[in-house]
Design a protein around this ligand. Structure first.
Ligand SMILES: Nc1ncnc2c1ncn2[C@@H]1O[C@H](COP(=O)(O)OP(=O)(O)OP(=O)(O)O)[C@@H](O)[C@H]1O
Ligand SMILES: [Mg+2]
Length: 251
């Protein structure tokens, strides 16, 4: 259980370098339970690296990561996943020949002990098939269960990837540019879908589309050259002239 007032996710001085390159430099980030936080910043700012550190895909060079009251920095990805963190990737990552239902069922069966079910109640996860159907509903693919992933539209494939991440029953869901490459219609559909997710699932979302950020995020953190440039509500961040400069400079 998360104690009220303590963050679900906290990083302190999180740092990662690749040789001489400081990809992430002393990042301290606190995300409250139920919060929807957007992470923005120009290309190469360190956003995906931060996700890789949180999920255990990369080890930090320095710093701490505390999730749900426990240090997790340096744990392998499958252990971090079992603690309740799942992610979707910046590029699609599906099995072309498996159907929607097969993807969701496999993910539900591989999920850890689980935490929240998709209806938002704290309870034991239902059996994989039941859960797979619930998740399909949540990601707007209930009418596509028998379709192979390769036959889905691009937008649907990205919805399925989020379904795969959700099926494991995460407390924290990390989404890396879920609307990248989408048409305006697909982006709107994805945004509505994400808005409809249960609040119990805390969201940390990397997103370049400011309309998506403004409709989804409670708070926004801006990364620049591996450091937190500023943090606040969307309106606060939007008014910050430094944020404007950073984006113009990288446009
Ligand atoms: N495995 C790696 N080895 C070497 N350099 C890396 C590695 N991963 C990332 N980098 C570098 O670290 C910096 C941060 O990269 P990262 O992918 O985290 O940026 P990002 O904010 O996600 O950018 P984008 O918006 O383009 O996805 C970049 O300069 C990148 O080239
Ligand atoms: Mg990235």
């Amino acid at each position: 259980m998360t104690v009220a007032g303590t963050p679900l996710l906290a990083t302190e001085g999180l740092t990662r370098h690749f040789g001489a390159l400081m990809a992430l430099n002393g990042v301290s980030l606190h995300v409250e339970p139920r919060e929807r936080r957007a992470l923005i910043g120009p290309n190469g700012a360190g956003k995906t690296t931060l996700f890789n550190l949180i999920t255990g895909s990369l080890a930090p060079s320095a710093g701490r990561i505390v999730f749900d009251g426990h240090p997790i920095a340096g744990l392998p990805p499958h252990v971090v996943a079992r603690r309740g963190i799942s992610r979707s990737f910046q590029r699609t990552n599906l099995f072309p020949e498996l159907t929607v239902l097969e993807h969701l069922r496999l993910a539900a069966a591989s999920g850890g002990r689980g935490s929240y079910n998709i209806l938002g109640t704290i309870s034991r996860l239902p059996r994989p098939l039941v859960r797979a159907r619930e998740v399909a509903e949540a990601v707007d693919l209930a009418d596509r269960l028998g379709e192979q992933a390769s036959h889905l539209s691009y937008g649907e494939q990205r919805q399925l990837e989020i379904g795969v991440a959700l099926a494991t029953g995460p407390k924290l869901l990390l989404l890396d540019e879920p609307t990248a490459g989408m048409s305006p219609e697909e982006t709107q559909r994805m945004t509505r879908m994400l808005e409809g997710l249960p609040r119990e699932i805390t969201l940390l979302i990397i997103e370049h589309d400011m309309d998506v950020v403004s409709s989804l995020a409670d708070r926004v953190t801006v990364l620049h050259y591996g450091e937190v440039l500023t943090e606040g509500t969307f309106d606060e961040v939007k008014r910050d002239p430094r944020v404007y400069e950073v984006y113009l400079g990288s446009a």
